[in-house]
Design a protein around this ligand. Structure first.
Ligand code: A3P
Length: 383
């Protein structure tokens, strides 16, 4: 168990890497600056993980732990050394990895806590929103859109990691990491924005301004398997637990961002009322050039065939897996532990067959039929 978890009994799973240059609110107790620390054996705010000092600063506003400064190279709590010492300091701040309901939809706790500015977000008419249920191919579409907008200039598309190039609207991390809304305040138009919000939670200003939206949907079984592996490596979300229970949670709509069924159906039902391009992951796999051309048409961007071909290549699974600006390797391993499961995991249609038992597949299909009947929405679980 991550020893930092004890400080958030209900939900804390993750620790996020901040900076070494942080003064604690209780600065008379522990100071961590530039790799050294001072401890005066006063009550403070620190907790340890193996081999590191870890601090949870009250100044972050998200940390609620209390305790006495501790140190050591083993997990757990040890007495603080008297006086002043010098240690390798790695400052981490723990934050909750639980879910909280927002208008009936389970969202990551930090998002729920800072929901106001997200709901009130002011979209501009030339904003482009890329929306998905988590693990439906968001990053893939982000890379495609970015490459279209830079007209296939690969160097330009490698200017920054995905989450910097295309901010994530609702994401909230502990300060000083800016929230998605804060990040977007500094992005000049035309902005491209990522969201996982279901249709009804998308800030109204997107619809009032008639913003374009690209929605990517992936078949439920592969989407679920991908989410299961992601939740193992993504320390900001609740522990996925055993597969059978996770499967049930997916069917019950209890994972972060809620029900897959409602999500894909919500945008599907509204696609004619708004400027929504609905794209299927399976179609992208089957014929990427065809689907990229659809996106180009939607964005009203014309590109010569050789540039389109270059975009197809550059957004292939293998190239993106090796591209540090697209594979999330820039996210610290305390947040995305890619040794557990890589972000670019398999990128296939039909991997669900390696994870569902026959009985699970049958029960899932029966439930699926009931949930999706009459929606007119059809997915392929193999191509
Ligand atoms: P798997 O876990 O099935 O491999 P998101 O970006 O929405 O988080 O989705 C991640 C999923 O999309 C992962 O699925 C990932 O491998 C897959 N993916 C990312 N880029 C891809 C690409 N270029 N081609 C195919 N799949 C891709």
């Amino acid at each position: 168990m991550n020893p930092a978890c004890g400080i958030f009994p209900n939900s804390c799973r993750a620790t996020s890497l901040l900076s070494l240059r942080v003064s604690f609110l209780h600065s008379d107790s522990v100071r961590a600056r530039g790799g050294s620390f001072t401890s005066q054996r006063r009550p403070g705010w620190a907790v340890i993980v193996p081999g590191h000092w870890v601090g949870a600063g009250a100044g972050s506003g998200l940390c609620r732990c209390r305790g006495t400064p501790r140190y050591g190279t083993q997990p757990g709590w040890l007495p603080a050394p008297p006086g002043t010492g010098r240690l390798q300091v790695q400052l981490l701040v723990a934050w909750p990895a639980g879910l909280k309901l927002v208008h009936g939809i389970p969202l990551m706790e930090p998002i729920a806590q800072q929901w106001g500015p997200i709901e009130d977000f002011q979209a501009w008419p030339d904003d482009l929103l890329i929306s998905t249920y988590p693990k439906a191919g968001t990053t893939w579409m982000q890379e495609i859109v970015d490459l279209i907008l830079v007209r296939g200039d690969v160097e330009k598309a490698c200017r920054a990691p995905t989450h910097i190039r295309i901010p994530f609207l609702e994401i909230c991390s502990p300060p000083p990491v800016p929230s998605g809304v804060q990040q977007l305040a500094n992005v000049p138009p035309p902005r491209v924005i990522k969201t996982h919000l279901p249709f009804q939670l998308v800030p109204k200003s997107f619809w009032e301004n008639r913003c374009k939206v690209i929605y990517v949907a992936r078949n439920a079984k592969d989407n679920l398997v991908s989410y299961y592996f992601f939740d193992q490596m993504n320390k900001t979300q609740p522990e996925p637990g055993p597969w059978e229970l996770y499967l049930q949670k997916f069917m019950d709509g209890k994972l972060a961002w809620g029900s897959w069924y409602d999500h894909v159906c919500g945008y599907w039902a509204e696609r004619a009322n708004h400027r929504i391009l609905y794209v299927f992951y399976e179609d992208m796999k089957e014929d990427p050039a065809r689907e990229i051309r659809r996106v180009m048409d939607f964005l009203e961007v014309e590109l010569p065939p050789e540039v389109l071909e270059k975009i197809v290549q550059q957004t292939s699974f293998q190239i993106m897996k090796e591209n540090p600006m697209a594979n999330y390797s820039s996210i610290p391993s305390v947040i995305f532990d890619q040794t557990i499961s890589p972000f670019m995991r398999k990128g296939e249609v039909g991997d669900w067959k390696n994870h569902f038992t026959v009985a699970q597949s049958e029960a899932f299909d029966a439930h699926y039929q009931r949930r999706m009947e009459g929606t007119g929405l059809h997915f392929r679980t193999q191509i």
